[in-house]
Design a protein around this ligand. Structure first.
Ligand code: DAH
Length: 346
């Protein structure tokens, strides 16, 4: 009998209510099991009557310990039940949850994706390439004369510039992707190359050492300047609205001949003249032209059989004109007050 009592005491000490789904019911069952009318203690006290006198003292003490253990465990369970009932009352499952602050796309990504989207609708696919580029892909294959200012130390971040070795630099424009695509693919080629570019410029409201460009290239048989114009008009209307007009001004780029710069009618004053378009009614948007035959030949494409057009634009400038952002530095400072203004434009 003594052993039996000790076993019950151990069971009581190990009993736990924590993992029970219905704590109140668990506590009540526990009480009935030990202290109920037909419970363990009632049964043992019954048996106690038949215990020989010389064992009564020892077994009586053990029974008292068992009773105390059961009572204090029941008190402990009651306290736990009360506590969890109180916290259940505080937990209102019908309340709305805390608002989780979600991140959003950066305005440059949004604008870049929009440009990609517009061009992909007319069959252009995205091409990407390296940001650290050699002289051939950055300048030489693109028909830059050896003394062209773009090769100058003031413009370009050189990674390697040693006498007699191929120069390596952070790419100053995404036109280098044109070269890589033409070297590795046969026409027809219709690609758009978005990416980050680097120039050795002092940081100000109007210039930054890191910015983004999107380049487009189309090479096939009989590609003409009118294909370029039509593509530009389509792009301008999709990007800035149906009412947008374009104009082309003759320009110069080493890799295109003829070259042009495209302006759009000012989307802020509608062409009347304002401080954004400096009173002219026009905004400069991008550079473009027919791919110079020298460039095609440098990339292994027969310039007698094929012709092409190319265009390149700055993403920061597009975003600036679309959302009237006045200072380039804002794009890179990650000030939440700036970023949150574009949360809904995805
Ligand atoms: N690569 C030129 C720049 O960084 C932009 C450009 C102008 C790209 C004319 C072109 C183009 O493809 O035809 O300023």
């Amino acid at each position: 009998m003594l052993n039996q009592i000790e076993d019950f005491i151990r069971d009581i000490q190990l009993a736990s209510i924590e993992k029970s789904a219905d704590r109140a019911a668990f506590a009540e069952q526990f009480r009935i099991k030990y202290l109920g009318k037909k419970g363990v203690l009632a049964d043992l006290f019954d048996q106690f009557k038949t215990v020989p006198n010389d064992q009564k003292k020892e077994i009586g003490q053990a029974l008292n310990r068992l009773k105390n253990a059961a009572q204090s465990k029941i008190e402990e369970f009651k306290a736990t039940v009360e506590k969890s009932e109180q916290s259940d009352k505080r937990l209102d499952l019908t309340l709305p949850t805390d608002y989780e602050q979600l991140g959003s796309r950066h305005v440059l990504s949004v604008v870049m994706n929009e440009i990609i989207d517009i061009f992909s609708r007319i069959g252009f696919t995205v091409a990407e390439s390296v940001e650290i580029e050699d002289d051939w892909h950055l300048f030489s294959a693109l028909n830059f004369p050896p003394d062209h200012p773009a090769r100058d130390m003031q413009d370009t971040f050189f990674v390697e510039k040693e006498e007699g070795r191929q120069e390596v630099a952070l790419r100053t424009h995404t036109s280098s992707v044109q070269v890589r695509v033409m070297e590795n693919n046969k026409p027809p080629i219709r690609i758009i190359a978005p990416g980050r570019v680097f120039r050795n410029e002092a940081i100000s409201a109007r210039a930054h050492c890191i910015f983004h460009q999107v380049e487009a290239l189309y090479v096939d048989k009989k590609v003409t300047f009118s294909d370029l114009k039509q593509t530009l008009l389509y792009f301008a209307k999709e990007m800035f609205g149906e009412q947008t007009q374009i104009r082309l001004r003759p320009s110069y780029f080493p890799f295109t001949e003829p070259s042009a710069e495209m302006d759009i009618s000012c989307n802020i004053c509608g062409g009347k003249g304002c401080n954004i378009c400096k009173g002219t009614g026009w905004l400069e948007i991008l550079g473009c032209g027919m791919v110079d035959p020298n460039v095609l030949e440098s990339c292994g494409i027969d310039s007698k059989e094929y012709s092409g057009f190319a265009l390149g634009m700055g993403v920061e400038r597009m975003a600036m004109l679309k959302y009237q952002i006045r200072d380039l530095r804002l794009y890179f400072e990650n000030d939440l007050r700036f970023l949150r203004q574009f949360e809904d434009i995805v």
